[in-house]
Ligand binder design. Structure first.
Ligand SMILES: *Cc1c(COP(=O)(O)O)cnc(C)c1O
Length: 712
């Protein structure tokens, strides 16, 4: 990797570019913006790429520009303080009990868009956890995969039967905010694991998210045969065999990599079942150190924390016996146990095992087990009651820490400045304090409305810019441009439906009564528009069909260009959408949304939540901070549930939402709407933020796992 040649006076730009800390500190973003705005934009807000593209003249000019240097010096000082101050929340409140860091394992991480190694909510959560741990000073190292092709990019095509095209692009590692990690003796191979008859060598990349180091595993090394080099190429391959290979590499290899780096976590956090094989490696280590199998199991369990993230069965990895035998026979022989004992790690009666369920393995082998919302906790206890048949369902030992979002990442800078003015300077340091948010009521409606209008215009511009790129670069048909953006109106009430396309989220629910929807949308004086965004998993054909359906509707003339579909939903577009939409729509089938976090981001930014009361909205809705679609009861017949929810959706729009939105004063400000926006911020932000979530994890979970004697 060619190192950057920067003028001495500003040579720490390199350090700043390689630590994604810059991505959630606005002044640091300003440094790169001010350095060269054009390259900042062209690089896709990726300063590593930007710095590689800048000419020596531009760099030299910056190095002597007093104004730039003042900005740069200020940011570097703040960066140094953030990175090394001993005065953190964690140190102040919990000075004594944690010896090693928390090892946080996840299949995906969404830290910044320049590193497209995430698919959706699970990755977003993992990224937000890493950042918030850094902000609070919680010692954490994270382990995941560096997928050179990541998740696919989505193009849509009106003229196809199935309109989603999946495009995989090779990431340029030299232009990514990652660094190769070498072993203490300079080797690129840090560890290896056995896959059947082969030994797979593992290399590692480091991403820094503030104080949190994220180690990303990579098997694309010349030591490996082609089939193993490709193992880490893509996220969520549908192919079972490749999947178990990946998970063996991540779980077992991940532990070995940390050991090779002499990093020894005190607590091991399994984020979703995909990473549960890390438990096996730690059992092997304990036995190698002389423990009996039972004792090894006990010790590993005591220091393992597990979070489960989905009530949808297809979201749980279940490997058939033949694959488990193929890839793990070596393992149970090496630790000196038989097959049945091995399977007993994941279920009571190992001899009768038909498959290996990764969630069951993680549940059985952790001492702290967490669901991600109150309602999901209930559903999860019911779902896994079979593992604890002797206790009543309410006592199944799985409890809840509700997810939250990393506020500095998701808040719009324009809004942050307004909060600065009315909540007080340094509001961001105290954003989980409910008392602080009482002051949101003091923000004058017209100021808040003006900021919201700006953000909405930015959303429409961003949509048009993406459309323009496709028109210019790919020569897409004009009809497609209409769907991508071109008739969108920055003054109409704008609803966003942006999330993974899967059946349970019911993206086509709003089309149940086409005529009624057309009437709502086409109201001449009170128009409504809907923007859709989201990817279907490449192997999920029913959901691709739904996507095609929605997309085709958007191109119908009857909808007057008031429906749009933005391609390639990602973190970048998500920021525009949650910050710029008026209304954030979520229509999951009940009990299937574990938590959902996009509505929290929307509420933070003044986009009101309109959702079925599932996931976090079950506890977040208070009657005045958004709207609930339909009743809370679970209807056993999906058809009836769809009917009732569609009816509730139309009725809310017709009777409540549209009138409230268009009820303006003489200057055009909707005071009733603004009252609701403020109520949403007040009641939601301090509770549904990653700061509250990580404090809770620390106090309820990590602390107990670090002192096993207290939790037994
Ligand atoms: C926040 C976010 C998600 C998760 O939100 P849901 O409410 O679960 O859909 C998924 N994808 C992106 C890009 C996000 O920013």
């Amino acid at each position: 990797m060619a190192d950057l040649k920067l003028p001495q006076r500003i040579n720490r730009l390199e350090e700043l570019a390689y630590n994604l800390w810059w991505s959630w500190h606005e002044p640091a973003r300003d440094v790169f913006r001010a350095l060269d705005y054009r390259q900042w934009r062209l690089s896709g807000h990726n300063p590593v790429r930007q710095l590689r593209k800048l000419t020596p003249e531009i760099l030299a000019a910056a190095a002597t520009d007093a104004e730039f240097l003042a900005l740069y010096d200020g940011v570097m000082a703040e960066f140094d303080t953030s990175m090394s101050t001993p005065d953190t929340w964690f140190k102040r409140t919990h000075p004594d009990w944690l010896h090693g860091p928390i090892g946080y394992f996840s299949m995906e991480f969404a830290i910044h868009n320049s590193l497209p190694i995430y698919a959706g909510g699970l990755g977003i959560l993992a990224g937000d956890v890493c950042k918030e741990a850094s902000d609070l000073g919680i010692p954490m190292v994270a382990v995941g995969f560096m997928y050179p092709q990541g998740y696919f990019h989505q193009h849509l095509c009106v003229e196809r039967n199935i309109c989603q095209e999946e495009i995989y692009r090779q990431l340029n590692f030299d232009e990514s905010p990652i660094r190769r990690v070498l072993s203490p003796n300079g080797d690129t191979v840090l560890a290896s694991v056995r896959l059947n008859d082969f030994s797979v060598a593992i290399g590692v990349w480091l991403v820094r998210a503030g104080r949190t180091s994220v180690y990303l595993l990579d098997t694309n090394l010349e030591q490996n045969p082609p089939e193993h080099r490709d193992l880490s190429a893509r996220l969520y391959t549908a192919e079972r065999e490749q999947r178990i290979q990946q998970e063996v590499v991540l779980g077992i290899g991940g532990v070995r990599v940390l050991r090779a780096l002499n990093i020894n976590p005190s607590i091991w956090h399994v984020n979703e079942g995909h990473t549960a094989f890390m438990i096996l490696e730690r059992i092997r280590e304990e036995i190698a150190r002389g423990a009996s199998f039972d004792e090894a199991v006990k010790r590993v369990r005591a220091t393992t924390v597990f979070t489960t993230h989905t009530p949808v069965m297809a979201g749980h990895d279940i490997f058939p016996i033949d694959l488990v035998e193929k890839y793990l026979t070596n393992y149970w022989k090496a630790v000196g146990i038989d097959r049945d004992t091995f399977f007993r790690l994941a279920q009571e009666d190992g001899a009768r095992a038909q498959a290996l369920n990764m969630t069951a393995l993680a549940l059985e082998m952790s001492s702290q087990r967490w669901a991600v919302s109150q309602l999901h906790g209930k559903v999860t206890r019911r779902m896994w009651h079979g593992l604890w048949p002797k206790v009543p369902e309410e006592q199944v030992p799985i409890t809840t820490v509700t997810n939250g979002v990393h506020v500095p990442t998701w808040v719009a800078p324009e809004l942050s400045r307004l909060f600065e003015k009315y909540l007080g300077e340094g509001w961001i340091e105290r954003h989980d304090d409910p008392a602080l948010w009482e002051k949101v009521m003091d923000i004058p409606d017209d100021e808040l409305w003006a900021v919201h209008q700006t953000l909405k215009r930015k959303l429409v511009s961003a949509m048009r810019e993406r459309g323009r790129d496709r028109w210019v670069e790919d020569n897409v048909p004009p009809k497609q441009l209409l769907v991508l953006c071109s008739l969108f109106d920055p003054d109409a009430l704008t609803i966003a439906f942006a999330r993974r396309f899967t059946e349970y989220k019911r993206p086509a629910l709003v089309f149940r009564d086409m005529e009624r929807l057309k009437r709502i949308i086409g109201n001449q004086w009170h128009p409504v528009q809907i923007v859709f965004a989201g990817k279907s998993h490449p192997a999920d054909f029913p959901s691709k069909y739904l996507l095609t359906q929605v997309y085709n509707q958007a191109s119908e003339r009857d909808f007057q260009g008031r429906l749009a579909f933005v391609e390639d939903y990602d973190m970048h577009m998500a920021r525009y959408l949650v910050q710029g939409a008026d209304l954030w729509l979520n229509t999951p089938r009940r009990l299937q949304e574990a938590c959902g976090t996009s509505g929290m981001k929307a509420s933070l930014n003044g986009s009101l939540h309109l959702s079925v009361r599932d996931g976090w909205w079950y506890e977040g809705y208070n009657g005045a901070n958004g709207w609930a679609i339909g009743p809370d009861l679970v209807n056993p017949r999906p058809e009836e549930e769809d009917e009732a929810d569609a009816e509730a959706f139309y009725r809310l729009l017709e009777e409540k939402i549209v009138p409230l939105y268009y009820n303006r004063d003489r200057k055009g400000v909707p005071h009733g709407w603004m009252r609701m926006v403020k109520e949403a911020m007040r009641s939601i932000v301090p509770v549904f933020c990653a700061r509250r979530m990580l404090k809770e994890y620390t106090e309820r979970t990590y602390q107990a796992a670090a002192r096993p004697s207290l939790s037994d």
